[in-house]
Design a protein around this ligand. Structure first.
Ligand code: GRF
Length: 234
């Protein structure tokens, strides 16, 4: 099992993936504290996880039609994430839109990377749509995921030029090269932001005299921590 990097107060990440898993590989290479990978189909991402010693949970989705029970499937995903102890979720090319239970279980802690400059070109065919629209610049967006697909507060974006002769494959590959750098870096800052407050003691005695009292002063950790930022108790 890979070591949890810098686990002062452990933040654990669960990754959701469905495809080739190259974004997952980049997250793993960045030594992020990934404790589980959940896939919704047999795919390379499953093997990538296993090779890194991270447990892969396969929740094979068989129904892609109207009768698909999205809430039941979401509950299975949430249960797998919860069983691993994950407290942050990073989507890395996950092919199933999940229901409200995911966001209730991980409020403001589900991240996503999207291969376009949101709010432009939402949806699964973002690269094709950008090409069809004839844009000269597209890119990628890392954002907090909400129930609305490809929506939510933007954490990072980077532009990628569309080159003469690009097809969906070549353009997507160039975008993914950026995602493989931007997503791990953004996930790391997000996780570090969660970890900071609890990495500090409740009250730190600082060895500088307080000119008002003539003694040592006690400072408290900054507010705006996990609880207040996400509007929930930790
Ligand atoms: C990425 O472009 C991501 O933005 C999108 O799916 C792709 C996943 O790529 N949601 P890979 O399967 O990890 O190579």
């Amino acid at each position: 099992m890979r070591a949890v990097a810098g686990s002062v107060r452990t933040v654990r990440i669960g990754v959701l993936a469905s495809g080739t898993g190259t974004i997952l590989e980049a997250l793993l290479d960045a030594d992020l504290p990934i404790v589980v990978v959940v896939v919704d189909r047999r795919c390379r991402a499953e093997k990538v996880a296993e090779r890194s010693g991270v447990p892969a949970v396969v929740l094979e989705r068989r129904d892609f039609g109207e009768s698909f029970d999205r809430d039941a499937f979401t509950s299975q995903v949430v249960a797998a994430l919860a069983a691993s102890g994950a407290d942050v979720v990073a989507m890395a090319g996950f092919g199933t839109v999940l229901g409200a239970a995911l966001h209730e279980a991980f409020p403001s802690r589900v991240l996503n990377t999207h291969p376009a400059l949101l709010p432009a070109f939402k949806g699964w065919h973002a690269v094709e749509a950008a090409l069809a629209a004839g844009v000269k610049v597209t890119g990628c967006t890392v954002h907090l995921a909400t129930l609305e697909v490809d929506d939510g507060p933007i954490l990072a974006q980077e532009a990628v030029p569309v080159l003469e002769g690009d097809d969906a494959h070549s353009l997507h590959e160039r975008i993914k090269q950026v995602e493989r750098r931007l997503y791990p870096a953004t996930v790391r800052s997000f996780v570090d932001g969660l970890r900071e407050p609890s990495a500090q003691p409740d009250a730190t005695v600082v060895g500088a005299p307080d000119m008002r009292t003539g003694g040592l002063r006690a400072t408290h950790p900054p507010t705006g921590s996990l609880e207040t930022r996400n509007g929930e108790q930790q």
